[in-house]
Design a protein around this ligand. Structure first.
Ligand code: AMP
Length: 420
């Protein structure tokens, strides 16, 4: 017999875990709303070309990590590997710029990347993120960083570092890339194969390389883009830093932090936590003033971040989310009692909004009591045929141990009293 298992790099979330996820998600929704961001939900799959244009062919995501297929109508489709391009597509398609000069959008959704699975790195995973579309100003960059940072603070994430940099405006890029290439020519053959190829195609991405030898060669030879940015880029960065200082968000300026895609400019940032181990990135973000234009829209400045939900859940202390227990465990014995108990349980759920666990295994009284204790229910209701004959029901308070018998017809009044 074949034993089916979930696909490598995907996870089942069982009810105990989902209970934590739901609480985490609720807090994220609340924080986003407090900042004036509205949730956007886009389809799980899009035209492959959106990601090729939006992310770029020379990225790991597009070159080797996308789940793509051709459907029966010969359309080339891809399960979304990120959400900034789909959000930008929706922004253009629904002509949101005509409705308001400023749009604050957020998402919390599922993504797919065919990466090598390991702790904190899956093939199906979730991100929450915010995209502020419309403002070119540094206060918007700082607000985006603050939203990400405050979210992690709210979950008491330990050992956080905010890495911050500016890669300046696109105008300085051509001059800088020339400088970078010429300084790396002499060590080109010592770089890894991918970096050797990247020198011509997208040299900025060399800084994203995980190979320590490449990083050492860069440290020794490469000029840094931050040292080439213009006065106005510098002023933009300075205001971001001043706001973060004022707000009390600690950061370190990491001049090697670049986001090596064409559409990024000015601020780049990443938040890491040592508590995560090897995959230490909680989130990454930055300004992307050219993306919307690149996807066929008008030139529109934008800045955003994307954070891994699994990483956040790995890093947080689970005990900040107390387990939820039911209000009532309903014990019943005997056929007639079971039928009436079914009705009472239904009424209590509908009319009093209580969480009621109803016994359905027809266990002995002792076994049902044991199960009621295990469920940590606050109250136990007991209805046997003997009680039913007297039109009564037993109520046991599981905290005090106190037990009393009341008329079934007075149950409504009982629950009305305890909820007042
Ligand atoms: P990126 O979209 O690659 O900039 O990633 C943003 C954030 O998403 C990262 O900082 C991680 O927290 C998370 N992330 C990225 N890739 C994965 C993955 N394969 N599995 C789990 N989380 C991921």
């Amino acid at each position: 017999m074949i034993k089916f298992r979930n696909i490598k790099g995907t996870h089942d979330l069982l009810p105990d875990q989902v209970a934590i996820w739901r609480q985490v998600e609720n807090i994220i929704h609340l924080i986003m709303e407090q900042n004036g961001f509205g949730e956007i939900r886009t389809p799980v799959f899009e035209n492959t070309d959106l990601f090729i244009r939006g992310i770029g062919t020379d990225t790991d995501i597009v070159s080797k990590e996308m789940y793509s297929w051709t459907d029966q109508g010969n359309n080339l489709l891809t399960l979304r590997p990120e959400l900034t391009a789909p959000v930008a597509r929706a922004y253009i398609q629904h002509q949101l710029s005509n409705k308001n000069p400023m749009h604050r959008l957020y998402y919390l959704d599922t993504l797919f990347r065919r990466e090598r699975p390991q702790k904190g790195r899956q093939r199906q995973f979730h991100q929450f993120g915010a995209e502020a579309i419309g403002s070119p100003n540094p206060e918007q960059d700082a607000e985006i960083i603050a939203i990400a940072y405050n979210t992690f603070q709210k979950f008491k994430i330990q050992d956080m570092t905010v890495n911050l940099n500016s890669i300046g405006s696109p105008e300085i890029r051509i001059k800088y890339l020339k400088l970078l290439r010429s300084s790396l020519v002499k060590v080109q053959s010592k770089l890894c194969f991918t970096c050797q190829n990247r020198i011509e195609k997208n040299a900025l991405r060399l800084f994203d390389c995980k190979n320590s030898n490449c990083q050492t060669l860069l440290d020794q030879n490469a000029p840094l883009i931050f040292d080439e940015i213009s006065d106005s880029d510098y002023l933009h960065f300075d205001i971001v830093k001043r706001i973060l200082n004022e707000v009390g968000i600690p950061f370190s300026h990491n001049k090697k932090l670049v986001r090596g895609l064409d559409y990024y400019s000015h601020t780049t940032f990443e938040i890491t936590s040592k508590s995560l181990g090897a995959q230490d990135a909680l989130c990454g973000g930055g300004r992307y003033n050219s993306l919307i234009e690149q996807l066929g829209g008008k030139h529109t400045p934008a800045v955003g971040f994307a954070a891994g939900l699994e990483r956040l859940i790995l890093a947080l202390e689970k005990n900040q989310f107390p387990e939820k227990s039911p209000d009532i465990y309903f014990i019943h014995l005997g056929e007639d009692a079971t039928i009436i108990a079914s009705k009472i349980a239904n009424d209590i759920r509908i009319e009093h909004g209580k969480v009621v666990i109803f016994e359905v295994l027809r266990r002995s009284l002792k076994a049902q009591m044991r199960e009621a204790g295990r469920s940590k229910a606050k109250t136990v209701l007991i209805l046997g045929d003997d009680e039913l004959k007297k039109n009564k029901i037993i109520i046991k308070n599981m905290q005090s141990g106190e037990q009393k018998e009341i008329e079934i017809s007075k149950l409504d009044q009982y629950f009305n009293n305890i909820s007042n």
